[in-house]
Structure formats: structure tokens, C-alpha cells
Design a protein around this ligand. Sequence first.
Ligand SMILES: Nc1nc2c(ncn2[C@@H]2O[C@H](COP(=O)(O)OP(=O)(O)OP(=O)(O)O)[C@@H](O)[C@H]2O)c(=O)[nH]1
Ligand SMILES: [Mg+2]
Length: 446
Amino acid sequence: MRFVDILSISVSGGRGGNGCMSFLREKFLPYGGPDGGNGGRGGDVILEATPDLQTLADFEHRRRFVAGNGGHGQGNAKNGKSGGSLTLKVPCGTLVYSEETGEGLADLVEPGDVFVAALGGRGGRGNRVFASSLRRAPRFSEKGEHGDDLRLRLELKLIADIGLVGLPNAGKSSILAAVSGATPKIAEYPFTTLSPNLGVLFTDVDAVVLADIPGLIEGASEDKGLGLAFLRHVERTRLLLHVLDLASGDFEGVKNDWRIVREEMGRYDAQLAARPCAVVGNKIDLRDDMPDFEGFLSRVAGFFDSEGFAFYAVSALSGENMDLLAGKIVDFANSRPRPRGEARLFASVPVETEPNSRSRGARHKVQVVPLPGGAFRVLHTQMERAAERYDMSQSENVARFTRLLRKHRVEELLVAAGATAGASVSIGRVDFDFHPDDIDYRGDEE
Ligand SMILES: Nc1nc2c(ncn2[C@@H]2O[C@H](COP(=O)(O)OP(=O)(O)OP(=O)(O)O)[C@@H](O)[C@H]2O)c(=O)[nH]1
Ligand SMILES: [Mg+2]
């Protein structure tokens, strides 16, 4: 399967069902009370992190997700069914951004982390709800609301404890295979690894996750080789293992290899270059091909010692010193357990507290915005929602809505903004013609 780590999707909550206007009709009971039920709530679109996925590739073929609509209310006080919610599984480490604003909305790190990406619309209320001792026969009901509708950018930053970095062909994938159960592709040519591999090393305390990424080369920051983008998958590790190929037996060459990778990492992110790092000199099984292997190895070890980095000489192929390396990895991971949740770049929103995308940026002050062509838009969250909810084919709803406009002095504001009779005015998703004062006002209160 292709490795995909950035893409956009669109999500829509289901529509709320319409409320019903109905009156009880029974033989011998000609004037029964209002009995219209409520519409059901629209379903939500939810993102949930799972350890079973390591890529966003599943989203490549389907980008649009719509949850189920709520059922309409019916007579006989029957409420509509709630719409079905849709849960989309994403890999652990998925960041969610609003495509429109760029705002970070959630960072799903731990298995089971969830984020309500799009809330379903509220169901409309049936006329039964509006009955009171003063208003015995309400002849109106509400329509269901639209669900949230938004575009999201998903970006995966894998969650791993330890990251393997180095030049192509150094043996990163071989080391991953030797210390964990992973079976990455290993071959004698550079750029064998084209997308990150994760491997797990089980310890008494916990499982340590290692990430093996494609090799970096000089100029990776200018997009040479596979570029630096894959470094995002070691960004959240606590320790880097920098793998060096010792096969050349050339001290200056090894130092140069080290420098290249350090510099490229520094260009990606200075923080990454400052991350705790241990150096692994690999392929020491080839010592017989080198004239003064011991002298070479002690120079390399001395260099890293003076630089302040732990150094381990190993052979992923023969297994020499691999137990030692695995032991060091485990010690490190146990002494510095992964801070749960703290790896998050920003808070993820748990499902029980509504993310309430609607209250996010709610507009409480009425604004009238002139549009080209003599039209106007009224911005005000409560009125926008009412415009959507009120079924204007029912005259009592028209009266209710008119009262709301009066309460917020919309007519005056429109006139002040230059609106003349017949101007087109939009509130939320609904358009009206502006006819000042032509709707008769019956004084009963909400
Ligand atoms: N002799 C010897 N060869 C090794 C050792 N470790 C790895 N190799 C070989 O080196 C080559 C590269 O190994 P990989 O593990 O694919 O290297 P990599 O760093 O993952 O390479 P890229 O994915 O291309 O960045 C393969 O042919 C391995 O068999 C070792 O300890 N000794
Ligand atoms: Mg590899």
C-alpha cells in the first residue's frame, strides 16, 4: 500500500430531521391537541486514532464523508430517529487542521483518541413542544439544521520512541529488523526504504516503537534524494539513533557522513539536531577487509566520545553487539517513558465535551454587510440558525422570525446600511426580499 502522510478531506455532519406539525385526530375527539414529534439529530463525523494503521492511504480514494440525516418527526408525538454517525479510523499521530483557517483542531496520538470533526445538525422541534397554556394550538414546527460542513487537512506525524537516521545504505532497516519484529525491505542499493517503517521492541515495562525512515543525502534540504519531508516522522521521537556505515574503514569519510546528516537535520529543524542522539557504527563484521580495523574503530569511538555522543559498534548482519544495543535502547526508553499525551502538538478534543464548532467564532453582535449589487448579508449566529430552522411555509414561523428581526433591530440596521425596499438580504443559508414593515406583528411572546 502506498504511504500517504498529507491529504485533505471534507466532512459533513448529517442534517437534523424536520419537526412535525400535526394535531391529534380521533373519532369523537375533533379538536385534539398538537402532537407533532421532533426531528432526530443528524449524525456526526468522528475521527478515531488506531494503532492498526500507519498511513493515510485509505483516504486517497474517498475524500468526502457525510454522516446520516436525522429522521423527520411524525404525528402522534413520534420523534425522528437520530442519523447514523460515521467514525473514520486514522493512524496514531494524525494532526487535524482546518483547511480554511489553517487552525490546528486536534492531534490524535493515543489509540482511541477521538475528535468530532463535524457535528450533525439539531433536529427541528415539532409543534407539540410549543404548546403551552396560552398557546394551545401552535401551527408551526421547526426544520432540522444542517450539519457542520468543512474541509480538513490531515497530516501524519508517526508516533515513535526512537528514530533511525543516516545516509542511504548505512543499514538502518537492517538494524530495525534485528532489534524488532519488523521485516522492512533491505537491499544493497541506496533508497531501498521509500516510506517509514515502524518496528516494536517489547520490554518488561512497555513496548518501544522504532521508526526507520528513508536515508538522507547531502542536499536533501534542497529536495535531493527523497528530501527532508520524512523527518517529520522522527520529530516526535525521544532518541535518535544515527547509523553510520563503517565498511569503508576511512575515519575522515565516516566523520563526513556524520556531518552531512547532522547538517541536513539541522536545516529541517534545529530542535531535531539537538535531540538526544546515540551513534551506531554498523557493519563491523567487515573488519577482516580492513588493514587496521582496531585503530580505525578507536579513532571513531574517540571522536564521538569527545563530541559527547554514546557510540556502539555493531553488525546488524552477524548480530554482533546487537543485544547490547537493544539493551541500551530499552534502558533509555524505560528511564524516560513517553509522556502520555504530552507528545501532542495541540489538545485533542475528547468526544464527551462537544467541540461545538458552532460556538467556535459565534457572532453575538448583529452586523450588516453590504454585498455587490445592492444586496446585504446579516451576520448573527442566533438569527442565522433561526433562519435555517424556521419553516417559513408556515405563517406562524414567519411571524416568529419577524419578531426576532425586530428584537435585534435588523430593519433599522439595514436601512442605516442603505437598504431600500426590494433589496435582497441573506441570513445564513436563507435569502429574503427586504420589505420593511409589511409583516403583521402578533404580539405573543416566545
Ligand atoms: N556486511 C554487512 N552488511 C550490512 C550490515 N547491515 C546492513 N548491511 C547491508 O547493507 C545494505 C543496506 O542495508 P539497509 O538496511 O537496506 O540500509 P538502509 O540504511 O536502510 O538503506 P536505505 O533504506 O536505502 O536508506 C544491505 O545490502 C544490507 O544487507 C552489516 O552489519 N554488515
Ligand atoms: Mg532502509
